[in-house]
Structure formats: structure tokens, C-alpha cells
Design a protein around this ligand. Structure first.
Ligand SMILES: Nc1ncnc2c1ncn2[C@@H]1O[C@H](COP(=O)(O)OP(=O)(O)O)[C@@H](O)[C@H]1O
Ligand SMILES: [Mg+2]
Length: 225
């Protein structure tokens, strides 16, 4: 087992739209150790989301190498990447992205289903995750019946459904008030204490200060550590 869960060398990302090209990442070198709790801060447009998406294999790499848990994400084909991502990476978005028509329990079970991991124990496991985020009394509700903070807690439970080796969060408290954000960060603390490696990106420096290590992105480069 490699010591570093994430190894990035010379990563560049250029977005091309017609004749316009944007250099979102201009040469990133980054190692993240197993079990680390990393915060990535930087202004809007600095490249934070791009970096997170590249690590999760959600977008193609223009140049450079990304190895996650010993696998070259930049070399995987789309099908392999989708399977690998579903089994290995949990992703939390600013906008929760729950399925509105499904119960909280079914939302959390969805990634298990997607990865062919659905079994007799799945609903128990999903309920256990919802208990961990404090929502055991609401598992049969649908997302519109709970608050934004509660929805983000469901999204965290869903991200953990397949026991990911890596949990990534993009501005996870961007839509939440301070008190609700506090609850979310307490859950992240628990997840990290359980041994999961976690990377949070945020434009809000004070939020990322909750993590154990912080890097700053500016204009597609690591400006500070
Ligand atoms: N899909 C895309 N197409 C074209 N340009 C993009 C795309 N996504 C991001 N960008 C550009 O790349 C740069 C970095 O964006 P992003 O990674 O979203 O920054 P951050 O998350 O730090 O706000 C910005 O200039 C943004 O406009
Ligand atoms: Mg962003």
C-alpha cells in the first residue's frame, strides 16, 4: 500500500471553448498522505474545483500525472474511471445534489446500487450512516421535508456509502449558516478520526482552518502551504 493516497505531478488543465482557452491549473505538485485532512483555499477562479474534479477523475487531465491509491487516474478510460470513482471516492457538493423523489435512506443506498454492492445489509448500513450524521429519525422523509443542513448531512452519509478511501468536499458549507456548518464540520472530524482521507476546498479561509493542513491555490498554482 503506497504511503501517499494522492500523488500529483506537473498537473495542468486547460479548458478550451472555441478559440478561448483558460489555464485553470498551471502545474500542480501535491502529495496527500493516507489519513490526512487537507484544506485547499483560494479565491473564486483559483482552480479549486478543477483540482478536486481531476482527483476524482470527473474531468480529463491536460498534462501531468495523478495517482490515487496507486492508480493512475489520468490514464484510466471513462468506464473504468466511473467504476473506480464509485467504489473509491466520496464527493460532497455545495448544492447537496440529492435525488428529490427518493427517501433519505434510498438516497444513501444509491451509490451501493450503482456499484453493484447492493445486498441484504445495504439498508441497515445506510440507516447506520444516517444515524452517524444524526438523521436516524428522518430516514423515510424525502429531501424537501428536511433543512439544508440536514440535506448536506444526508449527502455526507451518501458519500460514505461505499466506504471510500478518499472523501472530497467542494465548498460543503457554502450554502449553510454558521451553526449548521459547525455540525457538518463535527461530522467531518468523526470521519477523519475513523481513518478516511479527506480534502475540503473552500474560498473561505476560516472554514479550511478546521483541517490539519492547508494549501492555498492562486491562479492555478499552489501559492502557499
Ligand atoms: N468547464 C469549464 N469550462 C471553461 N472554463 C472553466 C470550466 N471550469 C472552470 N473554468 C475556469 O477555470 C478557472 C478555475 O475555475 P474553478 O476550478 O472552478 O475555480 P474555483 O473552484 O477555485 O472557483 C476559472 O477561470 C474558470 O472560469
Ligand atoms: Mg469552485
Amino acid at each position: 500500500m503506497a504511503e501517499n493516497i494522492v500523488e500529483i505531478h506537473g498537473l495542468k488543465k486547460v479548458y478550451r471553448e472555441g478559440s478561448v482557452s483558460t489555464e485553470a491549473l498551471r502545474g500542480i505538485d501535491l502529495s496527500v498522505a493516507r489519513g490526512e485532512y487537507l484544506g485547499v483555499v483560494g479565491k473564486s477562479g483559483a482552480g479549486k474545483t478543477t483540482l478536486l474534479n481531476m482527483i476524482a477523475g470527473l474531468d480529463s487531465v491536460t498534462e501531468g500525472e495523478i495517482t490515487v491509491d496507486g492508480r493512475r487516474v489520468d490514464k484510466m478510460n471513462e468506464v473504468k474511471k466511473a467504476v473506480w470513482r464509485g467504489r473509491s471516492v466520496g464527493f460532497i457538493f455545495q448544492s447537496f445534489q440529492l435525488l428529490p423523489g427518493l427517501s433519505l435512506l434510498d438516497n444513501v443506498m444509491l451509490p451501493m446500487d450503482f456499484c453493484g454492492k447492493l445486498s441484504r445489509n445495504s439498508s441497515e448500513k445506510a440507516a447506520e450512516l444516517l444515524r452517524m450524521v444524526g438523521l436516524i429519525d428522518h430516514i423515510h422523509k424525502i429531501p424537501s421535508e428536511i433543512s439544508g443542513g440536514q440535506q448536506q448531512r444526508v449527502a455526507i452519509a451518501r458519500a460514505l456509502a461505499n466506504d471510500p478511501i478518499l472523501l472530497l468536499a467542494d465548498e460543503p458549507t457554502g450554502r449553510l449558516d454558521t451553526a449548521t456548518s459547525e455540525v457538518v464540520f463535527e461530522i467531518f472530524e468523526k470521519v477523519v478520526a475513523g481513518g478516511t482521507t479527506m480534502i475540503i476546498v473552500s474560498h473561505d479561509h476560516s472554514l479550511a482552518e478546521r483541517t490539519r493542513r492547508i494549501i492555498t491555490l492562486a491562479d492555478g498554482r499552489i501559492a502557499d502551504e
